[in-house]
Design a binder for this molecule. Sequence first.
Ligand code: SAM
Length: 292
Amino acid sequence: MRLQTYIEQLAGRLAAAGIHCGHGVDNVHDEAVFLVFGALDLDFHRSIRQQDRELGCDEIERLEQLVRARIEQRIPTAYLLGKAWFAGHEFICDSRALIPRSPIAELIGNGFEPLFKPGLASEPGAVLDLCCGGGCIGIACALRFPACRVDLADISGEALELARENIRLHGLEERVSARQADLFEGLNGRYDLILANPPYVSPEEIAQLPDEYGHEPALGLDGGVDGVDIAERLLRQAAKRLNPGGWLILETGYSAGELENRFPETAFLWLEFEHGGAGVCALTAEQLREIP
Ligand SMILES: C[S@@+](CC[C@H](N)C(=O)[O-])C[C@H]1O[C@@H](n2cnc3c(N)ncnc32)[C@H](O)[C@@H]1O
C-alpha cells in the first residue's frame, strides 16, 4: 500500500474510533502523519517525496501494532513513539512527564519579542523553566538564545531524569542543569526570564478528561482546587527570583479567569498566539513586587 493511502485510511480509522487529539496535534490527519512518519523515522520536511512510497509488510505490521495501542488503550502517539516535537526540536518523551504541547513554543520561536530583543543586550542571560517536566521549554529556550544559562526545575524526580536525558540529547550539559524543587524552594538563583507551565487542571476537570490524559502523570495536571493553587503560590513567590526588568511567563490555560479572580489588583497581559493556544500571561518583576 502507498504511504499516502495508509495515512488517509488511518485518519479515517482514528476518527471512527473517536480518539482524542490533544497532545501536540489537533486533528486526526496530523495525528496519522505523526504516527506513521514517527514510527518509520521519516523526515517530515521531505513528505512530498515520501507519499508515493510503497510500505513493506514489516512496516505495516509495526504500524498496526502502534495503531492498536493508540485505539484500544488510548495511549497518546508521542508515548508510543517515545518522542515528541516542540518548537521545532525533537525530545525524548515518555510517561515520566507530560507530552510537550505548550503554546509557549511560539513565543520561544519569536525570541519573546517584543519583551526581549534577540541578538541585543536585552536578550535573557539567565532563564528558569519552572515545572519543567521533560525540559522542553527550557531546552528550546537554550537553543534559541545560545548565550543564556538555563535552570530546569521540577518537584518530580522522574520528570527530572527525563529532562536530563533531553539535556544530553541536545548536548547542552554546559549551559542547562536540572534541579529538584518545590516551586522556588530549593533554588538559589535570580533570573531574567522565568517560564512556567504548572499543573492547572482541577480534580473535577481531570475526572472528565478523555482517556488519553490518564496515561500522563497526575502531578503534571492537578492544579488543586479551581486549578490555580500552584499558579497562585508561584505568583506570590516569583518577585524575589527575578532581576530588575525581568519577566515571568506563566501558562494557566482555561484557569486564567480563576487566576484573575484571585489577583483582582493585577493587570495581567494575556498573550495572543498565531498558531493556537491561550491562557498564557506575561508579568514584569515590578508588577510581581506589588503582589502581597
Ligand atoms: C503541566 S506539566 C508541564 C511540563 C512541561 N513544562 C511542559 O510544558 O510540557 C507541570 C509540571 O509541574 C510539575 N510540578 C507539579 N507541582 C510542582 C511543584 N510544587 N514544584 C515544581 N514542579 C511541580 C509536575 O511534576 C509537572 O512536570
